[in-house]
Design a protein around this ligand. Sequence first.
Ligand code: ZN
Length: 242
Amino acid sequence: MISENGLREELALCTRIFAMQGMIGVFGHVSVYQPETKTVFITPGMGSDKATLRPDQMVPTDLKGNAIAGTEGPPVEWPIHTALHGARSDALAVAHLHTPHATLFAIAKREFRPVTLQGAIFNEGVPLYPEAQLITNPERGDALLKVIGNKRAALLRGHGIVVVGQNLQEVLYTALVLEDDTKKTLQAASLGEVGTISNQDCRAFGAEIALERRAQRAWNYFASLEARWDRQPGTGRSELFP
Ligand SMILES: [Zn+2]
């Protein structure tokens, strides 16, 4: 079992890296779940400065969104996190982000398909939560669960994305890949028709098998950049696959 302090440190670091990458700002939140104690640790809500988050600022809650300690409650869309942590044993970490490029696929009437080999982890698809609404109660959390099924991510109509993973390393990596693949799709479209990676080629690449190793290496790389980041928006950031 990872200690509470360990989870708080990883959650703060993961969120600071998302901030460095321009993937989280005034909106968005990230959580990690400790199943042994049924405790959710979630980043503070709208307006908190994600670039400077410290482990002691993380908000612990139960699976009903009740704050366990401290005076600050969780972000209003806490049911995104509690629904997934409560229902899926493979959803120990969850990010809800309004990233610039992936969110376009929640706006355009166009299905997401991987366009790079790294994107093959999304071979099973990224389903769309069709209602243009915030997920602020458990009923909407349950509706999101039905949409996402056993997939690793979902799009929220006119809103943003949700990414789940076995740990924060996986959530960081897969969110970076989803943002990178959607950005490349948009850029490639200016050259003409976009070629997507077939189901067969996705499976042959075996991205799933190597996911743990890739996620850990990406985590180490971005953690090292974050350690020397000057905390100013737009600096320090790195392309995932330059
Ligand atoms: Zn949101």
